[in-house]
Design a protein around this ligand. Structure first.
Ligand code: XLS
Ligand code: NI
Ligand code: NI
Length: 436
């Protein structure tokens, strides 16, 4: 098959002075920062769903995307035609990973059996392309939200038969992810939530979700899949309340149902925004709990209240992401996964390249800036100094559990008020701007 992008070369690093839109200005894959290449720090991943299946449709209009490789094709033939094109994109971008849902690589069949057969057909093609290009699978997942059978959710459906269908789909998706050497598997609760509490038994639904995940853990073990499981928080859309609302809610759920050892978090920027948090906050919540697994790198629009899945280009955002990621020891099995789509107005194939190049460069800059801030040391030193009363004497005794209220009262009676010090927010914001 001829290449889908004959006029687009392999994207090269040309440095910050380059004016070539099809070149990296900052992402020099083999450059080394803090002892690791940019390639290994960032572990970029391209998603199959937006990249190959996104047509630019929204609720007011049908698709705009012009995709020459799709002309005249549908069903399984279309699914087959997309595979080499997708890998050409990953290869030309030099992205080492990809991610997919079962039902975006292969179509829905008339029943589970046919869907599984079609998925097997495409899995063979994916495997061959992985081998040919060296692109690897970051994570797989099952699409448990598009089909009408999941109108009430999958693992949290009111109907045990829908739960069963979801389980069967995840079983197959796990097998395929394993077969393709996936380094992880993600659970995003597409419709695991409610639209109205009038018809919902929340406690029962949460218990079912936990059961579902425990079954997945058991099956993972059974087939010998060693990849990392992730849960991806999102507060709303499509339901008005999703049980996996944000990092803290996910951690609480994992702890309550004894799943902490089995899942880490896959955090998505736009979902953090919808939850009323910054991505930085979500990263710190997950990192502090030792559960920072992977990120879905995108961005929302603060003027819009839905998951716009835009490509990340904000250097403050990528700097914060990389500061937290470096602080918690870097991405291990996870990656910087572009769960992002080009705008409806950006309907040409080349826009897919501009979008990914921009995201990769933004993260490369974020990484360089974060590393420079760390090397400089002033930010860390400020924070360390801010907490110095905890490093010795009274603070240390409190942290060690050596004193109680009575001793603290005696301390106050002797020493009186604490001496107030400025938090220096503006000073620190200026300090960060030195690096950006
Ligand atoms: C949707 C989610 C989804 C997951 C994978 O908002 O971000 O794309 O990442 O199911
Ligand atoms: Ni996502
Ligand atoms: Ni999303």
């Amino acid at each position: 098959m001829s290449a889908a992008f004959p006029n687009i070369p392999k994207i090269q690093y040309e440095g910050p002075r380059s004016k070539n839109p099809l070149a990296f200005k900052h992402y020099d894959a083999s450059a080394v920062i803090e002892g690791k290449t940019l390639r290994d720090h960032l572990r970029f991943s391209v998603v199959y769903w937006h990249t190959m299946c996104g047509q630019g449709a929204d609720m007011f209009g049908w698709g705009t995307a012009v995709r020459p490789w799709e002309a005249g094709l549908s069903g399984l033939d279309l699914a087959k035609a997309r595979v080499p094109v997708f890998f050409e994109i990953c290869e030309k971008l030099g992205a080492p990973y990809y991610a997919f849902h079962d039902r975006d690589v292969a179509p829905h069949g008339k029943d589970l059996k046919q869907s599984n057969q079609w998925l097997d057909t495409i899995t063979k093609l994916l495997k061959a392309q992985q081998k040919k290009t060296g692109v690897k699978l970051l994570w797989g997942t099952a699409q448990l939200f598009a089909h009408p059978r999941y109108a009430h959710g999958a693992a949290t459906s009111c109907d045990a038969n829908a739960f069963a269908f979801g389980a069967a789909q995840v079983k197959k998706a796990l097998e395929v992810t394993h077969e393709l050497g996936g380094e992880g598997y993600t659970f995003w609760g597409g419709r695991e939530g409610y639209s109205t509490l009038w018809n919902t038994n929340m406690k029962r639904e949460l218990e079912h979700l936990a059961k579902f995940l425990h079954m997945a853990v058991a099956y993972k073990k059974e087939i010998g899949f060693k990849g990392q499981f992730y849960i991806e928080p999102k507060p709303k859309e499509p339901t008005k309340h999703q049980y996996d609302a944000d990092a803290a809610a996910c951690l609480n759920f994992l702890r309550e149902y004894d799943l902490m050892d089995h899942l880490k978090l896959n955090l998505e920027t736009n979902h953090a925004t919808l939850a009323g948090h910054s991505m930085h906050h979500e990263l710190e919540v997950a990192g502090a709990a030792g559960a920072l697994g992977s990120i879905d790198a995108n961005t929302g629009d603060l003027m819009l209240g839905w998951d716009t899945d835009q490509f990340p280009t904000d250097i403050y955002l990528t700097t914060q992401c990389m500061l937290s990621i470096l602080k918690y020891g870097g991405l291990k099995t996870g990656g910087v996964n572009f769960d992002a789509k080009v705008r409806r107005e950006s309907f040409e194939p080349v826009d897919l390249f501009h979008a990914h190049i921009g995201g990769m460069d933004a993260f490369a800059r974020g990484l360089k800036i974060a590393a420079a801030i760390r090397a400089d040391g002033r930010l860390d030193a400020f924070v360390k100094n801010r907490y110095r009363t905890w490093d010795s004497g009274l603070g240390k005794d409190i942290e060690k559990g050596k004193v109680g209220f009575a001793q603290l009262e005696a301390h106050v009676l002797e020493h009186g008020d604490p001496k107030l010090e400025s938090g220096r927010q503006e000073f620190l914001e200026n300090l960060i701007n030195e690096f950006i």
